[in-house]
Design a protein around this ligand. Structure first.
Ligand code: SF4
Ligand code: SF4
Length: 354
């Protein structure tokens, strides 16, 4: 069974969202994206967790397996192997954030020995390969241990069956995960991490996915690389760097809709700010921008992972409207806000004034 938190799925933010990651990976067509909604056929769900791994905003959760809980238990244990036959669901449930966090925490091998003969390999295997390749691309650049994916063929007999296995995990309890996460979040208050109070507030307020909170915590503990490298943005799926070009008219839709507050502005809406470490690359800001003014930058600076900054993507001149007194983005001419201008035009046409 899969559960959806609509407050996180980008389709519930805007009907313009083009996200179909969960629908694409689902091997049994249990998920269908619709305008402003998601339809889930629970009886078709086989609980593989592929959709959980690819969802950028963590809108989907398996009801009997929690990846965050698994992460804490695995990191604490002496185990180094993750296998769908012993301790995990389908490896596709491991998102790039989790894989990078694992590589920062310990030596990890993914057992892909069962993928070739698995019924759902066509839907899930390329996602596993791509996620491992991307995580290793980042880990190599920042000095973590790369993830090994090998056909070990861990056998079923050595481990509890799937039902017992799920019971073990569900018994461990959500309360423990919550407590661990709260401790991790408290440690973010440490001034050495380099997050500004507004960034910490944004993380709290916007309910950043657990996988990203974990990554923050692991990055904070990791040794900073001697020199920071640039990664190609097109090879990344878990975060991004962005540019906003001169066609932007500051309509404000992108920073009002961004589910993680990676995009934001100030009280007067005089700028567009961007925090790469908060971006989960859901693509919503691109989908809703009518003028196509927001785009990916060519490169991603790995310094953002260790010393996050709030980048100014665009600054605007803001003036007070001579009519209503409200602040508006001023591009020249009469200092009247668009709403008052429209009202003035309507009044003129009503009274037949040129
Ligand atoms: S992957 Fe996540 S955000 Fe995208 S449609 Fe599915 S549930 Fe919504
Ligand atoms: S900046 Fe854009 S891609 Fe990144 S989380 Fe916000 S809306 Fe999604």
């Amino acid at each position: 069974m899969i559960s959806l938190n609509p407050a996180r799925c980008v389709h519930y933010y805007s009907k313009l969202s083009e996200c179909d990651k969960c629908e694409t990976i689902c091997p049994t067509d249990a998920i269908k994206t619709q305008e402003s909604a998601l339809a889930i056929k629970q009886d078709a769900c086989i609980g593989c967790g592929g959709c959980v791994g690819v969802c950028p905003t963590e809108a989907l959760q398996l009801s009997n397996f929690n990846v965050t809980e698994f992460f804490f238990d695995f990191v604490k244990s002496d185990e180094e192997i993750i296998s769908c036959k012993s301790n995990f669901v389908c490896l596709a449930a491991l998102s790039v954030d989790y894989l990078i966090s694992l590589g920062l925490a310990k030596k990890v091998t993914l057992d892909i020995g069962h993928c070739a003969t698995c019924d759902i390999k066509d839907a899930c295997f390329s996602t596993i390969e791509n996620a491992v390749a991307e995580a290793n691309y980042v880990l190599e650049a920042i000095g973590g241990k790369t993830i090994t994916a090998e056909p070990l063929g861990v056998q079923k007999e050595e481990v509890p069956n799937r039902r017992e296995f799920f019971n073990i995990f569900s018994l461990q309890g959500a309360a423990k995960v919550k407590a661990q996460m709260e401790t991790a979040m408290e440690s973010l208050e440490d001034p050495t991490i380099g997050l500004s109070p507004s960034q910490i507030e944004a993380i709290r307020k916007k309910d950043i996915p657990n996988k990203r909170k974990l990554l923050f915590t692991l990055l904070r503990r990791a040794e900073k690389p001697r020199e920071y490298k640039y990664l190609e943005n097109e090879y990344l799926s878990f975060t991004s760097d962005k540019v906003v070009d001169e066609t932007c008219d500051n309509c404000s839709v992108c920073y009002r809709i961004c589910p993680t507050e990676a995009l934001s502005s100030d009280a007067k809406q005089s700028a567009i700010y961007f925090d790469a470490l908060l971006c989960v690359r859901c693509h919503l800001c691109h989908d809703v921008c009518e003028k196509d003014s927001i785009r990916l930058a060519e490169f991603f600076d790995t310094k953002e992972l260790f010393e996050p900054t709030q980048k100014v993507l665009r600054k605007f001149r803001v003036e007070r409207c001579i009519d209503c007194g409200a602040f508006f983005t001023y591009f020249g001419g009469e200092k009247m806000c668009p709403r008052c201008k429209i009202e003035e035009e309507e009044a003129k046409s009503l009274w037949g004034i040129e």
